[in-house]
Design a protein around this ligand. Sequence first.
Ligand code: SF4
Length: 466
Amino acid sequence: MTGQTMFDKVWAAHEVVAETPDTPAILYIDLHLIHEVTSPQAFAMLKAQGWKVRRPERTLATMDHSTPTRSEEFFRDLPIKVDAASRQVQQLERNSQEFGVELFGLRDARRGIVHVISPELGATQPGMTIVCGDSHTSTHGAFGALAFGIGSTEVGHVFATQCLLQRKPRTFAVNVTGHLSATVTAKDLILAIIGRIGVSGGTGHVLEYRGEAIRALSMEERMTICNMSIEAGARAGMIAPDETTFAYLQGRPRAPKGAAWNDAASRWQSLPSDRDAAFDRSVDIDACTLTPMITYGTNPGMVLPIGGAIPIRTDDAVHDKALAYMGFHAGDSMLGKPVDVVFIGSCTNGRMEDLEAAARVLKGRKVARGVHLLIVPGSQQVKQAAEEAGLADIFKAAGADWRESGCSMCLGMNGDTVGAGKYSVSTSNRNFEGRQGVGARTLLASPYTAAASAIAGKVCDPRTVL
Ligand code: SF4
């Protein structure tokens, strides 16, 4: 008998009822994260049935997608300008109170993007099952948790039962050997992985990122990697917990303490895949060969090394449509393409290390005329830490727009948008048509590339300024 993968171990520990050919498994959920956009319908379902939230103590609420990021709207008690956003925020306040769910509300110092604050609090832990009504819940897999996004109806199921109906995904090992060079980041690595396996390459699978290049990553870098698993079509992404994980978690407010910490840590040590575990699929990537990456099309798989040229693809209508939307041509180099907006933030790259990387590039330099550089921390705690470390002063001196935390320009629903026809270099995770506002054209890249492009006023290889 072969050993078990980490995914198999976590799945087996949470399987209440096994799947059959006709019925999915019933999976117990340890942590349910909610926000203002996908929870109203689920709360309405509970009310209609007269039900309670089954385990409110296993449910955490925050506001991020539709919250404004301008300080004026936060601290001067002005109404939120976007009406729908204002309604969602007020509704979550009422629902959380009525159902006894802990809410990190608009002016809470611990509020922020759901996938940033849960790890910050130590609520995200190895071996857990974690769900949220947001695709990028895969972020939490960086801790060795099985974490995935669910729809509004499923949010209601978890509210009512703390369980979920699920078909068991297959396993996919992404083996990353070697090491990343200093100017090549976790964002470049995950873009390269998606470029290699494609946007549907992981469909039906849980990815496990393995190998020495993964082990060398910090927790924030691991979160960047797992965050974008969904962009490869995968159900989730996972990285085995190790000393880096334990060092990150120990002492955080929701992490176990004292003897409970020792018990938890020894349990977590048994989570990594067994040496002889067999995966359904695998791919090998050599980190030493990678350079900074940038997308040129309308999905994250349309990506190339920053010095490369847009590929020529015959008889590929999707590719042709993407290039027409972007205003690019096959054979074009991405270097030197004009830039109107640069967005540094999101649950992919809105943490402290991302802001430190941006500051390394921006220190003592000025944003090019005509470019709007928007820097939005992933949480209020990240904001405070960046201000205390002097990063915000560097950003402001460079001419950047420094904001309150939130999803901001990752998606065009909170008032922060790029503008029709304009080009944005963005550290977020999706470059779909209109993702950053109607007609916006998005180039996904790392914080280094984004900051270097803001200074140059055009797409710039960060290695030339670092
Ligand atoms: S930053 Fe973007 S991807 Fe992340 S939770 Fe917000 S909207 Fe979703």
